[in-house]
Design a protein around this ligand. Structure first.
Ligand code: ZN
Length: 407
């Protein structure tokens, strides 16, 4: 396989999590006795541009793109984050009723509704029908399609260039990252700004976040790799911020190469930090598998001990992270009898491969498990607050990453 950005042959393996089904391939009761399709889940590092990426599989893209039932508005923390971003960027760029904002992967309108409320013209581009419809229903204009170079050029030719293009947690999920970035370059006004937020590879490595790896997550991004991808598309990075979201993310600010945005000190400072921590050193990637295995082993040991001691265990959050951990660790309902999730679309279904049933959160109040494993550790605080009554009655909260923690 060749690097999706620079076409260099990929020879450096970062992580091998065995075979796994697509993380959103939830099962109905009738599916449980049928065979399941799994794909190797292997991550490779390009030693030329340092883009870390999933290994390619024929026809996998189509399988991974549909039936995505995640609605951003279900997370209160995420809504707050989006509102704060809109306030900040409106001030920083001086956005008004004469500006135009485009969000790529606008989901259910969780973010753009803030611009609509402030009278800043905006448009969401979102391929998934259910979320696009939800956005339209609250008055957010949406084009229902995938974004890439062709769409960016088409909009530019139609006089729809943007002052701000933004993408929060989409950049790492794009299969053809060069084409997507070229689309942004075409869509920006001469002095327009693009901001992307994505989980930072530096944190993935430092915090053992191997469970953020899944097939639909094509790229694991560093500022170094993004700088290279931007430059090839005629863009440049002029600022960067480190955010606590998703276990440590970056917000990168870019513009067209010739635009007059001044580069801040933060850019070179972070590039240097990435280099010092070893993001451009082969050894860093070669030693990660052992760290991931240690986290997995510790988690399995905890579940085995709980079972041996007669303690009851439940999981919280039926999402990609949990599926990666469950599958890699080989957990089945004997060690984790059920997980709870607030999303109506998932309740009554089963996690892929592990076949753990997904139940409504109210079940926790009835069964009161001794341990509640919070699978999306990035929202652990929110989940603990929501379930404070369980803690008062003796339930302990557990997170597995970066290392096992029982609270
Ligand atoms: Zn490369």
């Amino acid at each position: 396989m060749k690097c999706r950005h620079c076409n260099t042959e990929l020879e450096l393996e970062f992580l091998d999590l065995g075979n796994a089904p697509p993380s959103n391939a939830y099962l109905k009761y009738d599916d449980l006795r049928k065979p399941e399709i799994t794909y190797p889940l292997r991550i490779l590092t390009c030693t030329n541009c340092w883009l870390v990426q999933t290994e390619d599989y024929a026809k996998a893209d189509a399988l991974f793109s549909e039936d995505y039932a995640y609605f951003s508005s279900t997370s209160k923390g995420w809504l707050k984050h989006a509102a704060a971003y809109c306030e900040m960027i409106t001030k920083r760029l001086g956005l008004t009723a004469d500006s135009f904002v485009v969000e790529l992967a606008s989901n259910d309108g969780y973010l753009l509704k803030n611009f609509v409320a402030n009278g800043v013209p905006c448009l969401g581009i979102e391929p998934t029908k259910s979320t696009a419809e939800a956005a339209k229903a609250i008055g957010v204009p949406v084009r229902q399609q995938f974004f890439g170079k062709a769409v960016g050029e088409e909009m530019a030719n139609a006089g729809e260039k943007a002052d701000l293009v933004l993408g929060n947690n989409v950049y790492a999920h794009v299969p053809d990252i060069n084409d997507f970035t070229q689309g942004v370059a075409a869509l920006l006004k001469p002095n327009g700004v693009v901001t992307f937020e994505f989980p930072h590879l530096m944190q993935l490595i430092a915090q053992n976040q191997f469970d953020t790896v899944y097939h639909e997550h094509f790229s694991y991004l560093s500022l170094c790799a993004v700088t290279s991808i931007f430059e090839a598309a005629g863009l440049r990075v002029f600022d960067v911020e480190e955010l606590p979201t998703h276990g440590g993310s970056l917000r990168v600010y870019g513009c067209i190469t010739g635009a007059d945005h001044t580069k801040t000190n933060a850019v070179d400072k972070l590039l240097l930090a990435e280099k010092k921590i070893g993001l451009q050193t082969e050894e860093t990637y070669k030693t990660f598998q052992a760290k991931a295995d240690a986290v997995k082993d510790e988690f399995v040991r905890f579940l085995l001990d709980a079972k041996a001691n007669g303690k009851s265990v439940a999981g919280y959050g039926a999402a990609a992270k949990g599926n990666t951990l469950m599958n890699y660790a080989g957990i089945r309902p004997d060690l984790m009898p059920f997980v709870c999730d607030a999303a109506d679309a998932k309740i009554g279904q089963y996690l892929p491969a592990s076949h753990i049933p997904i139940l409504a959160p109210a079940t926790l109040k009835e069964r009161r498990p001794d341990y509640l494993v919070i699978l999306p550790w990035n929202i652990a605080e929110e989940v603990m607050k929501q379930n404070a009554d369980l803690a008062a009655k003796g339930t302990k909260f557990v997170t597995a990453v970066p290392s096992l923690k029982v609270i």
